[in-house]
Design a protein around this ligand. Structure first.
Ligand code: 3PY
Ligand code: MG
Length: 252
């Protein structure tokens, strides 16, 4: 099985990505069966350690969704371990310079393209015996743009060989630009920054992704030209569904 997300991007089909912060193989399995194109296990802000991530990736790989991981930082050992554990793409936070982007991509690519160490483990089971031959082309690499420095170096980051695209972290980006974290900020500087990332991605023919807090927000990002959206995470969805059910039960 090759990475369907790469094909979806090539064919300009929108990619809807689930986002998991709750450390549970069971909730990962539920998410994977809901119709997402891919589901990301978040090891940065989620409450998830490697053992939970492994069972979540196993659960997602038994569903139609493609498993991805967001790593805690640009740390080659963790990136390589999650790829071995069966992630088909890595979202790396806080990429602010082309050097950081290069280091990130190198960890996802076997030599001669990068320095990923060989030991594909679950990737071999889930991806088939020929995984080592195609992994360099099929593993998705998304660099998070969420700092002022990342915006300044956007073109150089997008020029990184082997980088598939970027994923905007609107909370951190808003924090750095406006002093306040906000995922759906209407601050003009944020709107400009997001539009600029989108335009530059299109110019470099790279995937443009963004974290959103609702399906409605994700729909407007897709209409704006984004290729890859996350319509809130499991925690937000669980809380929202509970509040709505309680309000409905109360006749509100
Ligand atoms: C951000 O908004 O900063 C993110 O990292 C999204 O999870
Ligand atoms: Mg962030």
């Amino acid at each position: 099985r090759k990475n369907p997300l790469k094909a979806a991007f090539r064919q300009q089909q929108p990619i809807i990505n689930g986002w998991l912060a709750i450390p549970s193989g069971y909730s990962a399995e539920i998410a994977g069966h809901q119709g997402y194109d891919c589901v990301t296990v978040d090891l940065q802000h989620g409450m998830i350690d490697f053992a939970s991530a492994l069972s979540m990736l196993q659960a997602i790989s038994a569903t139609p969704a493609t498993p991805l991981a967001r790593v805690g930082s640009n740390e080659p050992a963790q990136i390589m371990r999650l790829l071995d554990a069966g992630a088909w793409g890595i979202i790396c936070p806080m990429i602010s310079t082309p050097e950081q982007a290069k280091q990130f991509v190198a960890a996802c690519r076997y030599p001669p393209l990068g320095n990923r160490s060989f030991g594909p483990a679950r990737a071999l089971l889930y991806g088939g015996k020929d995984y080592p031959q195609y992994a360099n082309e099929e593993i998705l690499t998304l660099a998070m743009i969420e700092t002022r420095e990342g915006l300044e170096h956007l073109d150089a980051i997008l020029d990184t060989d082997g980088l598939d695209g970027v994923f905007i972290g609107p909370n951190d980006l808003s924090l750095t630009l406006t002093g306040q974290a906000s995922a759906e900020s209407q601050n003009p500087e944020m709107l400009d920054a997001i539009e600029r990332v989108l335009t530059r991605c299109h110019a470099h023919q790279k995937l443009a992704g963004i974290f959103c807090t609702s399906g409605e927000a994700a729909a407007s990002r897709l209409a704006q030209g984004f290729h890859f959206v996350t319509p809130a995470n499991d925690v937000m969805q669980l809380g929202r569904a509970a509040r709505e059910a309680i309000a409905a039960a109360q006749g509100k």
